[in-house]
Design a protein around this ligand. Structure first.
Ligand SMILES: [Zn+2]
Length: 221
């Protein structure tokens, strides 16, 4: 019999800052073969407390490889890329909608393997360590803020490199807010596995993996 410890909503809620999560414990059969018996437990993703991750390991493994390449290329071009956020649970997303920071209850950041409960985000927000999102509370982002101007150079190149890897980029979204001064859409840090269509989001929310993406068993961070 196999024993498996999955990432449960409770584990995820407990893991507030460190983030997650379960390690699959697999008993090996004769000859070292890995056997799966019984039906997988379906775990609803999330937990009731908001959780946000900055780890690359909470990205879907396929997307993770693309982001590793993207970050390497950004470094090669003289930048200092860092992950602003990767996976978020649904409770975080709901809070963001309540606060007016987001308009959607499900995004590519929220993707979770519905059978194992493992985080498998298909979006990540990348910033340069030196400039972040281009401002601070005391000195907010603006068209004339040097930090914003520097951050804009990072985000422009991020968009070019994301396109080379056929990834989606939030700088292509509608032009509003401070980044429109630099010819970019409002979500410049946002990179996704594919451009986000309604039908792709709907199938991911239902727990269906599109062609090219396999299930994720567990994540150990
Ligand atoms: Zn994002």
């Amino acid at each position: 019999m196999d024993l498996r410890a999955y990432a449960t909503p409770r584990n995820i809620a407990i893991a507030l800052s460190a983030v997650v999560i379960g390690t699959a414990i697999v008993r090996r059969g004769k000859g070292g073969s890995r056997r799966v018996t019984g039906t997988r437990r379906r775990v609803l993703p999330g937990g009731s407390k908001p959780v946000v991750s900055r780890s690359i390991k909470t990205l879907h493994p396929t997307f993770q490889r693309s982001i590793q390449t993207l970050m390497d290329r950004m470094r090669a071009r003289g930048f200092q890329p860092a992950i602003g956020t990767s996976w978020r649970n649904l409770a975080w997303q709901r809070e963001a909608v309540d606060d007016g920071r987001s308009k959607v209850l499900f995004s590519m950041h929220n993707v979770t393997d519905m059978e194992s409960g493992a985080p498998a985000a298909l979006a990540v927000d990348l910033v340069d360590k030196r400039w972040g999102w281009g401002g601070t509370e005391a000195n907010p982002a603006s068209a004339t803020n040097p930090q914003t101007i520097n951050a804009a150079t990072f985000f422009k190149v991020l968009g070019q490199e994301a396109a080379r890897l056929r990834l989606g980029w939030g700088g292509n979204y509608s032009r509003k807010g401070v980044w429109s001064n630099f010819g970019m859409g409002w979500d410049v840090a946002h990179v996704s596995w594919k451009p986000e269509t309604r039908s792709l989001l709907a199938s991911l929310e239902r727990g269906q993996w599109p062609a090219g993406l396999g299930p994720v068993e567990s994540v150990t961070v």
